[in-house]
Design a protein. Structure first.
Length: 207
């Protein structure tokens, strides 16, 4: 039975999610209403299959990448306000397994949780069809290109610029250019900061 940790949502959304998951005999909600500062603590304590994240409470998109890097065995399902296709692809490139609008029908949210627990990527129909909408909360954030996403994955694995160049059949200077773009879009300055962002933080956060 897949287990789920749900972060803090607006009261009505949180209530609806709680009822939906409770009514599904094949899902178990092990923690709910988790504040953004306690997500790591909840994952450490419960080792959930899926963490349901309210993107509106996160400080920036890099937070999704940080959680994915620290807990690769826990799938991340992002709920946002009417995300566009590009915005959902951004979340997927940062490691989310699913990206859904908060307006998604309940049965589709439950299906997404089941699919995500098995590692299957999920997009809202509007995003998958290229529809656009406003309100995801990351206005001004630049998206990773497909090639930058490939470079980011190899950087995360600790590959050198030369190894990345060989793997992707590009020049080392092109790798450096992609890396600079990735660091800028993640709001960091270097490979060292990327490593710190990716590193699992086992410290317990207390109020």
């Amino acid at each position: 039975m897949p287990t789920v940790v749900s972060t803090k949502f607006e009261d009505l959304v949180a209530l609806g999610l709680g009822v939906l998951i409770a009514e599904d005999p094949h899902l178990e909600l092990v923690a709910a209403d988790v504040p953004p500062t306690r997500i790591e603590q909840a994952i450490e304590e419960h080792s959930p299959d899926v963490v349901l994240v309210n993107f509106g409470t996160l400080p920036n998109p890099a937070r999704v990448y940080q959680l994915h890097s620290a807990y690769p065995d826990t799938r991340i399902v992002v709920l946002a306000n009417r995300p566009t296709a590009a915005e959902c692809n951004q979340m997927l490139s940062f490691g989310a397994t699913a990206c859904l609008s908060k307006e998604t029908e309940g049965r589709d949210v439950i299906n997404a949780l089941h699919l995500a627990s098995r590692g299957m990527h999920v997009l809202p129909r509007s995003a998958a069809s290229g529809g656009s909408a406003a309100g995801f909360g990351i206005e001004g954030t630049e998206l990773l290109t497909p090639r930058e996403a490939e470079v980011l994955e190899l950087l995360h694995d600790g590959a050198t610029n030369g190894q990345i160049a060989h793997e992707l059949s590009i020049t080392v200077e092109t790798v450096r250019t992609h890396a600079r773009n990735i660091y800028r879009k993640l709001g960091i300055g270097s490979r060292r900061e990327l490593a710190r962002l990716s590193r699992r933080d086992r410290a317990v956060v207390v109020d």
